[in-house]
Design a protein around this ligand. Structure first.
Ligand SMILES: [Zn+2]
Ligand SMILES: [Zn+2]
Ligand SMILES: [Zn+2]
Length: 453
């Protein structure tokens, strides 16, 4: 007998019978939040707390200068302000233009044929446009970020909803929160973790009550500009239903995904609706999206709950810890630098190559009442031709590592070299797919596939 070991489970998945959960006074999610009163004390006019050039903060007063055209700030350490002008630039009628706004303005001048000639960077101007300095303002460093990036300090709320007795280890979601912490020294970043069991009407009501009071306290803190909800759960292997909790005999039972989301998101919906961006991450095994019925139902639910984006994974025995790189990239590129998730997803994937060996990823982004669904797969010429899984052993003769590959105009053929087997596979590029940042050899990269059903 091969020796065996006991270790902590990292993957999600399982099976559980479906039930329908109701709330005592069941009302529709669509009107759950519209009447919610909300403190909108802080709004989008909030400036960044960190210098866009060096990405550092400042403890000295007046050392971060706010751009009058965008939310960015530049620290005085990054600018050579001549000593004679140190006071003049602080005057009330002086406006500051950050280096990013300046460069994009000059770029648009350059693009105009016969347009106005380009001007040096003065940074500080009077309201009539006259520069304050007598020569250009030197910037001491080079930009570490893209010109369109910000270092946003608009408030972010992380909500982690975990099924009772969740046994898959790995906290990529919490890691993203930890990564952002240094950027919010004065608050504006919070994390709440809620263990849920909503399998019966009474338990669902309990969940609702306890989350309601949590949400009330959060609303008193002000407006949450971005809300990120992570759901760590198992799903039924056959029909993709998320687990809802325990029945009377302490057996897991599940609910249809729309029923599940209506209950679990209802108390958070007010925060979601008042946020300028809201994200839903499913740390659940792939049955949720691999089952066509459940995936269709999920898509309708995402629209109904008015999320800005939702992400789900296809691995049948999904391991949340492998998503750490993707979550960190999300925190940095989307939450901090404020790039739109649908544009920056390829960049996020560029930082998480290994994840592609474990799972494909679905990104769902609503556009008015339509949902755009994109599947991202990792392709490797030998291991995952066009995102397909090549069997490790030849299914006919059982020999391992027996494939000989040939490729012709992006069609890969694999043939078993075990004489006289000759079993073969052919893989074509999926229709409409696009290769994302392929390497020099083109042997491996992520691909995006527009998805519909
Ligand atoms: Zn700086
Ligand atoms: Zn600016
Ligand atoms: Zn064979």
């Amino acid at each position: 007998m091969p020796s065996k070991k006991m270790t902590a489970k990292k993957s999600t998945g399982g099976s559980a019978p479906r039930v329908v959960i109701t709330l005592e006074a069941a009302d529709d999610v669509s009107d759950a939040s519209q009447s919610d009163e909300m403190d909108v004390a802080s709004d989008g006019s909030h400036h960044n707390d960190f210098c866009i050039v060096c990405r550092d903060g400042a403890v000295e007063p007046n050392s971060l200068v706010c751009c009058s055209e965008c939310p960015r700030v530049v620290c005085v350490n990054c600018m050579d302000i001549p000593a004679a002008f140190q006071h003049a630039v602080l005057a009330d009628d002086v406006l500051f233009q950050c280096i990013c706004c300046y460069i994009s303005q000059q770029e648009s001048r350059r693009r105009q044929e016969n347009g106005p000639s380009r001007l040096p960077y003065f940074g500080f101007h009077y309201s009539d446009g006259r520069p304050v300095l007598d020569r250009f303002l030197n910037i001491r460093a080079t930009l570490e970020l893209s010109l369109r990036a910000q270092i946003s300090s608009a408030p972010v709320l992380f909500v982690h909803l975990k099924i009772v007795d969740y046994d898959a280890t790995g906290g990529s979601f919490d890691l993203a929160y930890d990564f952002l912490k240094p950027y919010f020294p004065c608050g504006g970043l919070e994390r709440r973790e809620v263990t849920f069991d909503i399998a019966t009407t009474a338990k669902a009501a309990n969940y609702q009550r306890s989350v309601d009071s949590m949400v009330r306290a959060l609303k008193e803190q002000g407006k949450w500009d971005r809300v990120v909800i992570g759901i760590s759960d198992h799903t039924d292997n056959d029909n993709g239903d998320p687990f809802a909790g325990y029945d009377g005999k302490k057996r897991f039972i599940a609910a249809r995904v729309d029923n599940f989301l209506d209950i679990i998101l209802k108390p958070w919906q007010g925060l979601v609706d008042h946020a300028s961006e809201s994200y839903l991450w499913f740390f659940c095994c792939g049955a949720l999206v691999n089952n066509i019925e459940s995936f269709k139902t999920l898509q309708t639910s995402i629209l109904r709950h008015r999320m800005s984006a939702a992400v789900a994974f296809t691995a049948p025995r999904f391991q949340p810890s492998f998503t750490s790189h993707l979550l960190l990239a999300f925190a940095e590129i989307v939450l901090l630098e404020r790039f739109a998730i649908h544009n920056s997803f390829p960049h996020m994937l560029g930082q998480s190559f290994k994840l592609g060996r474990h799972t494909d990823i679905f990104l769902m982004t609503p556009d008015k009442d339509q949902l755009t669904v994109t599947k991202y797969c990792w392709t490797h010429i030998d291991h995952r031709p066009w995102g397909h899984y090549l069997p490790l052993l030849c299914p006919s003769c059982g020999v391992g590592n027996a494939w000989r590959s040939a490729s012709k105009s992006r069609v890969y053929t694999f043939e078993c070299t075990n004489h006289p087997c000759r079993t073969s596979y052919t893989f074509k590029q999926p229709e409409g797919s696009r290769m994302l940042h392929p390497g020099k050899t083109g042997s491996s990269c992520w691909i995006s596939i527009p998805w519909k059903y």
